[in-house]
Design a protein around this ligand. Structure first.
Ligand code: FAD
Length: 351
């Protein structure tokens, strides 16, 4: 196997940020993965597993250790009944290719996750979600390799403990397992989920039951083009800040601070935005609203900037450093905390 040294990690991330990895290898199957892990063990190296690098902020100093990029391929139908099908998808499959495969075969349940960058192995890690669907709606189980034990095992959806942008894989099991494949249960029954505000607007006047998978994918391509910069033009990891899912008490604090700093007009805007995003468990407050009301749109540190069109997105406008992004994040966090009492957290993984 080829272990490259001093490999520039900026080339492996959509932010185009990150210093070098001491060692880098890409692996296409379980044997290669085990060989790479043996290499790391022999040299006593830390290991970082990467998919498409679209949810990581890697330090300017890089990563001291071995970076393993997962390139396993394969989409397999493992079982089906009258109403549903179970797909086993290898971790290295490009996620949007999987959504395209589902569209081609008329399988429902992941169409709203169209055009999310990255690979399938990362989908359960942060319980990828958007436009009213989440990985946890469809992930049945995952197959993993223990980083230390090198044993293959499976975890069910319940064991993964999915929540908003979290699972055990990015909490207490962080850096313990390499995901080899993900099992998805998809529906054969057409079931368009168009409740999310942007989709509702796009398909206004249409008989919702008649909207096809292809139309949803086309709609999301357009909707997302206005929400995220073109990755060929600018580096980004998409939404940098998590949204808030608040308890009643936390929401009351936010209302109080909003009234103090932005008056009744601010509170009216807050109520309007909360009503737009009804949430089952808790009260959803989009961080974009807080950034907007605090006047932070377009704020920059070095070449890292809150994108004007969608301020939850931090863009690398040229040669931003991880240190710029981090400083921008800290300044934004402090300003929002001071004006609204809310502490924003970051969505990507800091490495
Ligand atoms: C323009 C843009 C838009 C985006 N939109 C969305 C969105 O709408 N919703 C959303 O949820 N996310 C969104 N994202 C974030 C990102 O695309 C997702 O989180 C995606 O799932 C990350 O996949 P990746 O393969 O690039 O993961 P990476 O960035 O490579 O890794 C992310 C984390 O997962 C771990 N990991 C990756 N693969 C494996 C594996 N096989 N085994 C174990 N651990 C692994 C890594 O160690 C790291 O901790 C967006 C990003 C961009 C750039």
């Amino acid at each position: 196997m080829d272990f490259q040294t001093n490999y520039p990690l900026s080339e492996l991330t959509t932010f185009r940020i990150g210093g070098p990895a001491s060692f880098y290898a890409h692996v296409a199957n379980l044997n290669e993965l085990k060989e790479a892990l043996d290499f790391a063990q022999q040299k006593n190296l830390s290991v970082l597993v990467l998919g498409g690098g679209s949810n990581v902020l890697i330090s300017d100093q890089g990563f001291v250790g071995l970076v393993i990029q997962i390139n396993f391929k394969g989409i397999e139908k493992v079982s089906e009944d009258k109403d549903s099908v179970m797909l086993k998808v290898a971790a290295g499959e490009i996620w949007d290719d999987v959504v395209a495969f589902a569209e081609k075969n008329n399988f429902w349940g992941i169409e709203n996750l169209s055009h999310v960058p990255g690979k399938t192995g990362a989908v359960p890690v942060q319980n990828v979600g958007c436009y009213g669907q989440e990985a946890s709606d469809v992930v049945e189980k995952i197959e993993v390799l223990g980083l230390n034990s090198q044993k293959v095992k499976e975890f069910t959806k319940t064991e993964l403990d999915f929540n908003y942008r979290t699972s055990k894989l990015n909490q207490e099991w962080k850096n313990k397992y390499v995901i080899l494949s993900v099992y998805f249960r998809l529906s054969k029954i057409p079931s368009p989920n168009l409740t999310y505000v942007d989709l509702k607007k796009y398909f206004a006047g249409r008989d919702k039951a008649m909207v096809s998978l292809n139309e949803i994918r086309t709609a999301l391509k357009q909707i997302r083009a206005n929400k995220f910069p073109d990755l060929t033009q600018m580096g980004t990891v998409g939404s940098f800040f998590k949204n808030f899912i608040l308890t009643e008490e936390q929401y009351n604090t936010l209302v109080y601070c909003t009234k103090q700093n932005f008056g009744q007009e601010g509170v009216d805007r807050l109520i309007q935005v909360v009503n737009k995003f009804p949430q089952k468990n808790g009260i959803k407050v989009p961080t974009a609203f807080l950034l907007d009301i605090c006047g932070l749109k377009g704020k920059a540190v070095g070449e890292a900037k809150l994108w004007e069109k969608q301020p939850v997105v931090i863009v690398n406008t040229g040669n931003a450093k991880a240190a710029d992004v981090l400083e921008l994040f800290k300044q934004v966090q402090a300003e929002i905390l001071a004006k609204t009492g809310m502490r924003v957290t970051a969505e990507p993984e800091f490495i």
